[in-house]
Design a protein around this ligand. Structure first.
Ligand code: SF4
Length: 375
């Protein structure tokens, strides 16, 4: 049922090359989920989230300090190794210092006709955040127009907003099938869907979700559900890891990742005269990355609500090694969840994860979650 998403997940570069050939359009690499894809889709550009490959590499040492997170080192390695050679442009929406350095090194050492650093407010709770981002998005739109040689009209923006929103709505509908005693899809299948949505043509992706939604109600799962878990933390698209967790008696039913719910959870208003302001509001008000979640930690009640709505028995807190934004949140987040009767397991990720030792810890956690269920 999910084989198309698996294929998209596995053959991401082949897909983008074929899309380019078929549509004669341009492809932009997006560093961070704060890049306003509505504007790119409005300009007939395919946004492709740049992610790592989870393979050991030896090319980033001259560019990035070893104590930068493994995710941004893995991302830069993809560029230096030429895996994204088909990109016509790249954009970073300011998120954290680590990724900014990966972006700057990529910009200098990988040949790309267009690159744009989009200043994005860190203080998204400030009343100045929307007007500030609105101006920055106007500048970005102009830069994209100059690059493509075509004006982006209000009709184009309406199309971009609609296409993104339809995909988000379809993802929400799919996630509803992860609620209840017998989720209709595994966490691995959901990860194929959510992660591939960050680089597949959104209309094609939505159509495939809609096809699945027609069939999923009748689906009989050929695996036991086991303990229902949630993943929370830094970027995570590691299929090997989720496979391991789900092979030892669990199903991952929801997440708070920037390649998961944080990416698609909220929509852009489609009834505002000022389309750029609507897009700015969407990115300011979306579930925040911890780098932007201050002075009030709005993530915590949001994560707790997800945990309760999806009835999880435990949370695996995932942190990319040396990731400062998530590291600052992990201790208070764990305390907050445990005070609300949600058991947690903390794991620190590197480019490749040590599946053996992690398996032992996950199994022990599942035993504890099971025991807690008895009381
Ligand atoms: S938020 Fe964390 S995991 Fe993501 S790029 Fe920055 S340091 Fe790395």
């Amino acid at each position: 049922m999910f084989s198309k998403f698996e294929e998209w997940y596995r053959d991401r570069h082949d897909y983008a090359r074929a899309w380019k050939e078929k549509s004669s359009g341009k492809v932009f690499g997006c560093f961070c989920s704060y890049v306003p894809e509505e504007i790119l889709v409005a300009a007939n550009i395919l946004p492709v989230r740049v992610l790592g490959s989870h393979e050991p590499q030896d090319v980033t040492e001259p560019h990035l300090f070893g104590m930068f997170c493994p995710f941004c080192r893995d991302v830069l390695a993809q560029g230096l190794k030429g895996r994204y050679e088909y990109l016509d442009g790249i954009t970073l929406a300011q998120s954290c210092i680590h990724l900014r350095q990966a972006y700057r090194s990529w910009e200098q050492h990988v040949d790309q006709p267009f690159s744009y650093y989009l200043p994005h407010p860190m203080s998204v709770q400030s009343p100045a955040a929307v007007p500030y981002l609105r101006e920055e998005l106007e500048n970005y739109k102009k830069a994209v127009e100059e690059f493509t040689g075509s004006k982006i009209t209000n009709d184009d923006l309406d199309r971009g907003i609609r296409i993104l929103n339809e995909n988000r709505e379809a993802m929400h509908e799919l996630y509803k099938h992860r609620i209840g005693p017998e989720p209709k899809l595994s966490g691995k299948e959901a990860m194929w869907v959510t992660v591939s949505s960050t680089w597949i043509d959104k209309e094609e992706h939505t159509a495939e979700i809609r096809r699945v939604l027609k069939l999923i109600e009748e689906r009989e799962m050929d695996r036991e559900c086991g303990a229902k878990l949630m993943f929370v933390g830094s970027e995570n698209d590691d299929i090997e890891f989720i496979n391991m967790v789900e092979s030892v008696g669990a199903t991952v039913v929801v997440d708070d990742h920037c390649t998961g719910t944080r990416y698609f959870w909220n929509s852009t208003a489609d009834d505002m005269n000022d389309r750029i302001e609507a897009i700015a509001k969407r990115y300011v008000e979306r579930p925040a990355c911890p780098s932007k979640d201050h002075p009030v930690r709005t993530r915590f009640p949001h994560i707790l609500k997800l945990a309760k709505d999806f009835d999880v028995q435990g949370v695996i807190l995932i942190q990319q090694k040396f990731c400062d934004p998530h590291e600052a949140d992990m201790v208070p987040l764990r305390k907050y969840l445990e005070e609300n009767d949600i058991p947690c397991l903390f794991l620190e990720f590197d480019v490749t994860v040590p599946l053996g030792p992690f398996r032992i810890r996950v199994e022990a956690f599942l035993e504890m979650v099971g025991e807690e269920d008895l009381f």
